[in-house]
Design a protein around this ligand. Structure first.
Ligand SMILES: Nc1ncnc2c1ncn2[C@@H]1O[C@H](COP(=O)(O)OP(=O)(O)OP(=O)(O)O)[C@@H](O)[C@H]1O
Ligand SMILES: [Mg+2]
Length: 259
């Protein structure tokens, strides 16, 4: 099962990615969490201390490996390169493990424009589409904010998008754009999680604006989730309320994907 967590900037994609990854791991599933945001910060949301997070090697920076696998160096435009490089050993070699979660960081490719057809993206696409996976395995992709980078390659091979939204018009707009794009890219399911719920009217606001979309659940705006980030800790370790809400969201996801 491969899930991409998407949405507008700052809505809680990384927080939810961390919660779901830790919950699946706690259940004994093999979890690969991929930080696909060039501005990587999934490690702390998984509860990985900074010293340990520093041991993960961002893939986009491994120019030699990318060249060896694809036949082309990152940033070298044009040219021919292998579109199906070997990837199965990458999570073990370049990722780190924490509490049953394997974290892989994509990192920044300096030269590459988003969605470009360049070797490091080929590698990621290949990774996402071919890392399957024993049937109990879960891949969670914490995506960059917005829609520009959602291309067929990576997005096309996931089972579901989760769009995280917060009460606000801009996040609703982004959710609708993602929904349209995802369906165009062949993503089978698009689900919504409403986050940072504070007012009594917030859930209704979101449901009204996103009518027709499938909801997995909601998460309250929680002071201990804010504090967790201030302390560089994970919501999983520091916000029991968020964990309970994430359990409900996970159960809904499992039920919908089983159908
Ligand atoms: N339910 C919540 N209650 C309170 N604060 C929250 C909640 N969910 C997320 N936050 C806080 O909002 C901020 C942004 O969250 P997060 O980094 O998960 O969002 P993001 O969508 O991944 O952002 P980006 O677009 O920058 O990647 C963090 O400080 C996080 O702790
Ligand atoms: Mg994020």
């Amino acid at each position: 099962m491969k899930i991409a967590i998407t949405g507008k900037g700052g809505v809680g994609k990384t927080t939810l990615s961390g919660l779901l990854a830790r919950l699946y791991a706690a259940e004994g599933r093999t979890v690969l969490a991929v930080d696909a945001d060039p501005d990587a910060n999934l490690a702390s949301a998984l509860g990985i201390p900074p010293e340990k997070a520093a041991q993960a090697l961002p893939l986009a920076e491994q120019s030699d490996m990318i060249e060896e696998r694809t036949g082309s160096r990152p940033g070298a435009p044009g040219g021919m390169f292998s579109i199906n490089p070997k990837v199965d050993d990458i999570p073990d070699t370049y990722g780190i493990r924490h509490e049953g979660v394997r974290l892989l960081i994509m990192g920044k490719s300096k030269e590459a424009a988003a969605g470009c057809y360049c070797p490091e993206h080929v590698l990621l696409r290949r990774l996402v589409s071919h890392l399957i996976l024993r049937h109990d395995e879960v891949v969670i992709l914490d995506m960059e904010a917005g829609i520009e980078h959602l291309t067929r390659g990576t997005a096309g091979s996931v089972d579901a998008f989760i769009v995280v939204v917060e009460p606000g018009q801009r996040s609703m707009q982004t959710a609708r754009q993602i929904e349209r794009l995802a369906l165009g890219l062949g993503v089978k399911s698009v689900f919504v999680v409403g986050n940072k719920i504070q007012r009594e009217t917030d859930e209704a606001f979101i449901k009204d604006h996103l009518s027709g979309m499938k909801f997995l659940g909601f998460m309250r705006y929680a002071a201990d989730t804010v504090q967790a980030d201030l302390d560089g800790r994970s919501a999983y370790d520091a916000s029991p309320g968020a964990v309970e809400e994430a359990k409900v969201i996970k159960a809904a996801l499992d039920a919908l994907l089983k159908k």
